[in-house]
Design a protein around this ligand. Structure first.
Ligand code: ZN
Length: 274
């Protein structure tokens, strides 16, 4: 069992739900670089900004929960924060070392077709990430939207990426995050059949009983244009209901327009790369 530094010890009301649980606020990071992605890729943070955020969490004693300690339970721990990374960028390794220096770990989702491509980790680096005490999940093989796919294509995406990662890590891979946040009932059902136990969306919001029951968890993206006080507002769940309304409005637009058209519209507005 992981020994928590005093500041990160789950509080009494949390232990009633179990220490081994999914944090109720999950952050999504992608890659980081010296100067970040600017307006063209809001998901790419400057290295210094990522380091500042992690230092801020540590200094403020925010309760960051360990994925390693969580095992594969689907319970949700109230008032805990969990860190995730999508895609499998090479910068993950340096960021994992930085997290480790604070006693933190993260759950890294890898799109397996990217393995070994420029800017992405190769197989040896993924093994190194695991050896650093980080948890690893699948982010599909081709990193394409799953909801518009046939059931056969969905099965292929989920099974191929699982097989590739399990071959690299020599251990079961049971966590999955949806590329582009796109999923439906079929994706989750097929995932379960294939042996995945927990699913991670990009649906904004915190997790509660409903997410624990379905094992499909909400996560909130961290963007490179946030100030440290905007980051802190998310950690403190400030303006939670206003943000939730904004997210629900976007979801309504997605349902009305269809996933594909919504993503194209959003990208033309925000000019976000992957
Ligand atoms: Zn992704």
């Amino acid at each position: 069992m992981r020994v928590f530094p005093k500041a990160q010890c789950p509080s009494a009301h949390v232990s009633a739900l179990g220490v081994y649980a999914v944090p109720n606020l999950l952050l999504i990071y992608h890659g980081t670089s010296d100067s970040g992605g600017g307006n063209t890729n809001l998901h790419l943070l400057p290295n210094a900004k990522f380091a500042e955020q992690i230092e801020h969490m540590a200094r403020s004693n925010y309760p960051v929960l360990s994925w390693r300690a969580s095992g594969s339970t689907s319970n949700v721990a109230v008032n805990q924060i969990g860190i995730t990374f999508d895609d499998g960028y090479r910068s993950d390794l340096a960021n994992a070392r930085l997290l480790g220096s604070y006693g933190y770990d993260a759950l890294f989702f890898i799109a397996t077709e990217y393995i070994g491509q420029p800017s992405y980790m190769n197989a040896a680096e993924i093994r190194e990430l695991s050896a650093l005490g980080m948890a690893i999940g699948s982010h599909s093989h081709h990193h394409t939207l799953l909801a518009p796919m046939s059931t056969q294509q969905i099965r292929q995406e989920l099974s191929q990426s699982k097989r590739v990662l399990e071959e690299i890590l020599q251990q079961p891979v049971t966590d999955f995050s949806f590329p582009g946040g796109s999923y439906d009932r079929r994706v989750v059902d097929i995932g379960r059949e294939l042996g995945y136990q927990r699913f991670f969306s990009s649906d904004w919001g915190v997790n509660g009983r409903r997410q624990a029951t379905s094992a499909v968890y909400r996560r909130s993206s961290v963007l490179n244009n946030w100030s440290i006080s905007q980051f802190d507002a998310l950690l403190q769940r400030r303006r939670y209901f206003a943000r939730q309304v904004m997210f629900k409005t976007k979801e309504w637009a997605k349902r009305t327009m269809g996933d594909d058209r919504y993503v194209r519209l959003r990208q033309s507005f925000l000019n976000i790369g992957r």
